[in-house]
Design a protein around this ligand. Structure first.
Ligand code: HEC
Length: 240
């Protein structure tokens, strides 16, 4: 009886139990060779995940330099300019602009007035005549808002994070507050709607959708009461 030294060479001929064991031994070597492309595939997909899921935007590294270059000139404590009541270099105050009714709605670029202001043609920010944000800068702001607009690098509501699993936290749309007169301590009056309280300031919005953040202390006593009443009515409406 003739036996080939390599039983597996005869893969197309009949098998015998003896051949099987030799083939099994051979197949260990063979399958480790087969694993190599698999390993490369795994490595590649890991690399692609890293590249495709571009790194999260970091407020301090990516966003703040843009605001510093394009906004601080008119909206910072550093420059002592607080146009419309907004400052972006004091993060505690800036945090008051981030929320469901704020200039920045986390995870929701479309509802974020902040992003609208820097992209629209009519009454943009920075105001006409000043250098606008580049498409790359707008992309960074948009991604930062999509990722939850966190100021401390906690990643806001990253998928897998605690806040909302990456889904927009939408609030039911409340009807806008009525237009009312708002008078400051100097006796100047504007017509605007109440938007929300932000610390010791009230945010109001004109019929043209321009918002102003006014410290309560700068409002007449009657107007301060009006702001507090609006806030109380809102709190009552929000209660279950
Ligand atoms: C040259 C000064 C200047 C610069 C630079 C500037 N702003 Fe303004 N900003 C203003 C003025 C003035 C107002 C008051 C509203 C108005 O009359 O348009 C305002 C108002 C605002 C408001 C509230 C108004 C609204 O419609 O809600 C926001 C928010 C704002 N700016 C954001 C920004 C951002 C973000 C940047 C940078 C990308 C920026 N601003 C750069 C002058 C400036």
């Amino acid at each position: 009886m003739r036996r080939s030294g390599h039983a597996c060479d005869r893969s197309h001929s009949g098998h015998s139990p003896g051949d099987l064991s030799i083939c099994a031994a051979g197949s260990v070597r063979y399958s480790s060779a087969a694993m190599a492309p698999l390993r490369i595939t795994l490595l590649l997909s890991a690399l692609l995940t890293l590249a495709g899921g571009a790194r999260a935007v970091d407020f301090k590294k990516d966003v703040r330099p843009i605001l510093k270059a394009k906004c601080y000139g008119c909206h910072s404590e550093e420059a002592k300019k607080e146009k419309a009541g907004y400052v972006f270099d004091n993060l505690e105050r800036f945090a008051g602009d981030i929320g469901p009714k704020g200039q920045i709605v986390p995870h929701d670029p479309e509802r974020s007035n902040f992003l609208d202001l820097v992209t629209r043609d009519k009454d943009p920010m920075p105001p006409s005549g000043k250098e606008r944000l580049s498409p790359a800068e707008i992309k960074v702001l948009r991604q930062w808002i999509e990722e939850g607009a966190s100021l401390d690098g906690s990643g806001g509501g990253k998928p897998g994070g605690k806040s909302s699993g990456g889904l927009p936290t939408r609030q039911p749309e409340a009807p806008p507050a009525p237009l009312q007169d708002w008078t400051n301590t100097e006796g100047k009056t504007i017509k605007a709607r109440y938007v929300r309280m932000s610390g010791e300031a009230v945010v109001i919005k004109t019929a043209e959708n321009k918002s102003f953040k006014v410290p309560l202390a700068k409002l007449s006593p009657a107007t301060q009461d009006q702001a507090k009443a609006a806030a109380a009515a809102e709190a009552k409406a929000a209660a279950p």
